[in-house]
Design a binder for this molecule. Structure first.
Ligand code: PLP
Length: 379
């Protein structure tokens, strides 16, 4: 049996997405910047998609900038804020995805921008008071707060509206990497009062290499990738029409069936927690999976055995794909900056199981039977 439980790294594409892309590849090759009918046809498809995408998050079409994925969108938000909005202070966390934390550090070093890090409580939640303290201490600076909506390794969620309120109070910008939560929850950017959010299509059954940055209409960024006037002068380069159509269809499918999928996936996660606790009484979970947690992610801390180093590979041998580290460095839990920074005992082996609507209870039962076999004789 082959079981894919690494959906926080990437997801399989929906058939409806593939079906939407194929005719575009066959028929719509015109360059959207061309003035002739071939180009105009492609341009019309892109603008229709932009409008549809904006509608799902209650944004305006002009607030959506298509990018080459989540990493680029995170870069555009942070680098743009420093280059074009006078930001000289970034508040972020040490458990952000590398696309944010490495960018914040790089920008900080290059542009003499102060970078401050929030603290966590014992369950790995961002301490909201530490955000306010840092904002208060740096009142004389122009700040952008960049904190992800849900952590891709442990699943802990951030109360976006509360943080947005704090940012308003201190006249700071607020960016959130919503790569793991877009299309898994509903979003209303107007109600949230947020300045930037990042999206990546391959985390919700869309294609890789396409995402977007929502930029509030009152903010004007210059491109970090220069060389053309595409995307209203914010992102140069011929538009990825296949990706844009795929992303839009994936969003449509996700939001159409959201309630049903949330219920299904949360059910699988809860079942897995319950059964793991039954099979291995010493099992622990990193983060806070029974509370304010992304329903697709479960980070499990197993007891030590003589196969600690080989745990992920043992699952792989049995046909089960899981991850030991962050989404983009799957393969081992050695050096997970997230687990280390929330104070997890790094001597214990940890694996991330992440679920999608395509997983079944039978697959979870098979995975649990492998857990049983691996641990029954070893613990
Ligand atoms: N942000 C988060 C939270 C992620 O999980 C990922 C992917 O793993 C990214 C950003 C990067 O997105 P992309 O792969 O589209 O560049």
């Amino acid at each position: 049996m082959k079981v894919y439980l690494d959906n926080a790294a990437t997801t399989p594409m929906d058939q409806e997405v593939i079906d939407a892309i194929i005719p575009i590849m066959q028929n719509n090759f015109g360059n959207p910047s061309s003035v002739h009918s071939f180009g105009r046809g492609t341009r019309a498809i892109i603008e229709k998609a932009r409008k549809q995408v904006a509608g799902y998050i209650n944004a305006l079409p002009g607030e959506i900038v298509f990018t080459g994925g989540g990493t680029e969108a995170d870069n555009l938000a942070l680098r743009g804020a420093v280059d074009d909005l006078g930001v000289n202070h970034i508040i972020t966390s040490k458990i952000e995805h590398h696309a944010v934390v490495d960018t914040a550090i790089a920008v900080g070093e290059k542009h003499n921008v102060k970078v401050s890090f929030v603290s966590f409580d014992e369950k790995g939640y961002v301490e909201i008071e530490s955000i306010e303290r840092l904002l208060e201490e740096n009142k004389d600076r122009k700040t952008i707060v960049s904190l992800m909506h849900a952590n891709n390794e442990i699943g802990n969620k951030l109360p976006l509206k509360k943080v947005a309120g704090l940012c308003k109070k201190y006249d700071a910008y607020f960016h959130s990497d919503t790569v793991q939560t877009m299309c898994h929850y509903k979003f209303d950017v107007r109600e949230l009062g947020i300045d930037f959010i990042t999206c990546s299509a391959h985390k919700f059954h869309g294609p890789k290499g396409i995402g977007f940055l929502y930029i509030n209409e009152n903010l004007q960024l210059k491109p970090i990738i220069t060389g053309g006037a595409q995307e209203r002068n914010v992102r140069a380069g011929t538009e990825n029409i296949i990706g844009i159509v795929g992303l839009t269809k994936a969003m449509e499918v996700a939001y159409r069936d959201l309630d049903e999928h949330q219920k299904h996936v949360q059910g699988l996660k809860s079942y897995m927690i319950e059964q793991l606790e039954r099979i291995i009484p010493e099992v622990k979970f990193n983060g806070d999976p029974k509370e304010n947690s992304l329903y697709t992610v479960l980070n499990v801390q197993f007891p030590n055995t003589d196969m600690d180093e080989m745990l992920l590979y043992n699952f792989d041998i049995e046909g089960i794909a899981v991850s030991g580290g962050s989404a983009c460095s799957s393969g081992s839990n050695v050096g997970s900056h997230v687990l280390r920074n929330i104070g997890v005992d790094m001597a214990k082996p940890a694996l991330r199981f992440s679920f999608s609507k395509y997983n079944t209870k039978e697959e979870i039962d098979y995975t649990l039977s492998v857990v049983k076999d691996l641990f029954a004789v070893k613990v």
